[in-house]
Design a protein around this ligand. Structure first.
Ligand SMILES: Cc1cc2nc3c(=O)[nH]c(=O)nc-3n(C[C@H](O)[C@H](O)[C@H](O)COP(=O)(O)O)c2cc1C
Length: 196
């Protein structure tokens, strides 16, 4: 009989409180060994496909070089200090730059930037991604996209690795907006336009 079963069966020769402590330790070991979830990566992706999200072209520049990718995994964290988070796939071609640089800009885009979002979301060489569109440098040093719905220029304040992704917590140092620009959301693997 496994140790945990033996303790549960009450056939040990130790006192009650020791028995309880050992049972607790067994439960902790079991919870470490057993998977918490039976949701497969495929199930996860199918579920996330219907979690609609804004379309963002997230850029960076600094010692790790200039880079950018399209990201829907962007989320508001807190207003004080003004913070958002971005999840970056550590296997993407843009990741080495995002892992080294502290300057980051979340450019939330509208329908006019659908093509650009595809460019930054595909297997396009990094220089080609920045070859079109109107780019300026924000206070952080990251590229800011002209005509975006909103651009959140940030400094990365902390990082956390979760599985394949790096979660970047970013403090917003400047916000620029283009008033009246329609929005864009990604839902069921397609872009959908939103009227302002
Ligand atoms: C709508 C959309 C949303 C995406 N969201 C994310 C995201 O939140 N995080 C991420 O790391 N990659 C995201 N990607 C994928 C990246 O943009 C990129 O295509 C992928 O990492 C492969 O890029 P690479 O060719 O530069 O390696 C998204 C792509 C699209 C089209």
């Amino acid at each position: 009989m496994p140790l945990c079963g033996l303790i549960h069966s009450g056939r040990d020769r130790w006192g009650g409180s020791l028995n309880k402590s050992l049972t607790k330790v067994c439960e902790m070991i079991a919870s470490e060994l057993e998977p918490l979830t039976h949701v497969s990566p495929e199930d996860f992706k199918e579920g996330m496909a219907v979690l609609s999200g804004a379309v963002n072209i997230v850029t960076t520049d600094g010692p790790g070089g200039r880079a950018g990718l399209t990201a829907s995994a962007v989320c508001s964290v807190t207003a004080e200090p003004p913070t958002l988070l971005v999840c970056v796939n550590r296997g993407s071609s843009a990741a080495p730059a995002f892992l080294q640089n502290d300057a980051i800009c979340v450019n939330t885009v509208g329908p006019d930037h659908k093509g650009l979002a595809m460019l930054f979301g595909g297997k396009t060489p990094m220089e080609d991604r920045f070859a079109t569109a109107d780019w300026t440098e924000g206070p952080s040093g990251a590229p800011v996209l002209g005509g975006s719905v909103a651009s959140f220029d940030c400094k990365v304040t902390s990082r956390n690795v979760v599985g394949s992704h790096e979660v970047l917590f970013c403090e917003i140092i400047d916000i620029t907006r283009t008033q009246g620009t329609p929005g864009l959301v990604y839902f069921a693997r397609q872009f959908h336009e939103l009227q302002a």
